[in-house]
Design a protein around this ligand. Structure first.
Ligand SMILES: Cc1cc2nc3c(=O)[nH]c(=O)nc-3n(C[C@H](O)[C@H](O)[C@H](O)COP(=O)(O)OP(=O)(O)OC[C@H]3O[C@@H](n4cnc5c(N)ncnc54)[C@H](O)[C@@H]3O)c2cc1C
Length: 456
């Protein structure tokens, strides 16, 4: 009999480590409530995880087995369980976050283990250790063979540990998506039926982000970050649609598959650069002269910068634990460029607020947006006014999250940070004044980054 150690892979279907363990005979699934590690996870996501563990336990029980839930450090708990049940080996799916890597090393040191790649479609060790940009990464990644989904184990192979320990109760300050494989699969099915064939046409449309939140994009990120849906399963279904489609639908489906490669690249980066979460990825000959104004950071967090598109994004984050990718890029750029606040501050705040927080994607994207990461452009600065004009010209998204501006015409909302103060005071006296001048913020960021790069 073997133990399977569930981690950020809270599902039974298409779970590679679990399937391999079951191939070897009976399997006892175990989840370790690792309080020290969970403290590093924001409360919203922690609650979502625990809901997922509870749902996983229900699923195992419906198969005739059970999920053993124990609190402690993984090495101690797994050593005790292995001895208690006379297990031969501990199987688990490999992870890349440094804190998780340390834990798996300690388990490997104490017990016979078998670790496999499950989190990604392509094991980073099969690719080069470094890529100059995403296109190069994508070319190699695309050429790699992708595995097909793994079957769920037969119920009679799952040990019934008859565990009544219960999963810790936690509460979040917002409504959370329903947790678990079933909810994830339902969401994916909805997206396959009405979304994937138009994904590229709709993914940046902020009106649709409000009117058709699941469909315009997949909204699968919370499920991926908790491992509630297997990537091979997602890839196989998307590829089946791709093979059957023609013309524009086919291009749209391919774009969805392409987007998954960004997630893979971020994990590839983290695998080869464990300091991605703490240090600039790119080398700067001079220090970046961050302004780090605490009042600016606080206004950004509250969604009160006086830039409608930025404030809508931050309020969506605060209210829902999710931000659409377009404003996600904009709020990150605004903080690190127009306000010149260190990207680590923003990434930490995201980690606290997001239900879909994923260490590789969060820190990798923050670094990309802050121009300290893998972007091939030296200094990228999003213009929050032009971005709103391009992606939310009817102000649907902004008005959804910034009620102070609901009565103002869309054109005026787009131009808001450039209007005279007297006009703004007349139209929406309760809404914040811009905390930085659009052009001055832009020019200061350009200068500071060029100095850091030694170009001035
Ligand atoms: C500053 C910043 C921080 C981010 N933090 C996270 C994070 O903590 N967790 C997270 O999952 N994503 C993060 N992203 C990436 C992206 O914004 C989200 O994955 C996406 O918005 C999730 O919505 P969706 O599932 O509807 O995406 P869809 O558009 O439906 O895309 C499908 C999937 O592709 C992947 N994907 C798409 N774009 C990216 C990307 N740029 N980087 C990595 N994966 C991508 C995700 O797994 C996503 O679920 C971040 C982006 C930025 C700019």
């Amino acid at each position: 009999m073997n133990v399977f150690w569930h981690r950020r892979d809270l599902r039974i279907p298409d779970n590679r480590g679990l399937a391999l363990a079951a191939n070897d005979g009976e399997v006892l699934p175990v989840y370790v409530v690792d309080t020290d590690l969970l403290k590093q996870v924001g409360k919203r996501q922690r609650t979502f995880f625990m809901n997922g563990v509870r749902e996983l336990k229900r699923r195992y029980r419906s198969l005739g087995g059970d999920l053993l839930v124990r609190a402690g450090t993984p090495a101690d708990v797994l050593a005790d369980v292995t001895e208690e049940y006379g297990a031969d080996r501990v199987y688990y799916n490999r992870h890349y976050r440094p804190a998780r890597r340390n834990r798996q090393r300690r388990v490997d040191d104490r017990l016979p283990t078998k670790a496999v790649e499950d989190l990604l479609l392509v094991d980073p060790r099969r690719l080069d250790s470094e890529y100059a940009n995403h296109s190069r990464f994508y070319d190699d990644w695309q050429d790699e063979h992708k595995l097909t989904p793994f079957d769920s184990p037969d119920g009679d192979l799952v040990v019934d540990a008859a565990d009544n320990t219960g999963v810790p109760d936690m509460e979040a300050d917002i409504d959370l998506p329903e947790a678990g494989y079933r909810a994830a699969r339902d969401r994916y099915d909805a997206f396959l039926d009405a979304g994937i064939e138009t994904y590229n046409d709709t993914r940046d449309d902020m009106r649709l982000a409000v009117d058709r939140p699941v469909g315009a994009v997949s909204r699968l990120s919370p499920y991926f970050s908790a491992g509630m849906l297997g990537l091979r399963e997602v890839w196989a279904d998307a590829s089946e649609r791709y093979d059957a489609a023609t013309g524009n639908a086919r291009r749209n489906i391919d774009k969805f598959r392409y987007e998954l490669s960004w997630r893979e690249q971020n994990y590839h980066l983290l695998h080869y650069n464990p300091t991605l979460l703490t240090e600039n990825y790119k080398h700067f000959p001079n220090q970046i002269d961050w302004a780090n104004d605490p009042d600016h950071l606080a206004a950004w967090k509250r969604g009160e910068t006086g830039y409608p598109f930025i404030d809508a994004g931050m309020r969506q984050l605060n209210q829902e634990g999710y931000i659409h990718n377009r404003p996600r890029q904009n709020v990150a750029s605004f903080l690190t460029k127009h306000l010149l606040v260190d990207w680590r501050e923003g990434a930490r705040y995201f980690a606290k607020q997001l239900v879909d927080h994923d260490p590789a994607s969060n820190y990798g994207n923050w670094q990309w947006t802050a121009s300290t990461g893998t972007d091939s452009v030296d200094v990228r600065i999003f213009d929050p006014v032009a971005q709103m004009s391009k992606y939310d010209d009817g102000a649907t998204y902004v008005k959804e999250y910034v009620p102070e501006l609901r009565e103002v015409s869309a054109d005026t909302v787009v131009d808001w940070p450039t209007l005279p103060k007297s006009r703004r005071d007349d139209l929406a006296p309760d809404y914040a004044d811009p905390i930085v001048d659009r052009n001055e913020g832009y020019e200061r960021a350009q200068r500071v980054f060029e100095e850091a790069l030694g170009k001035r």
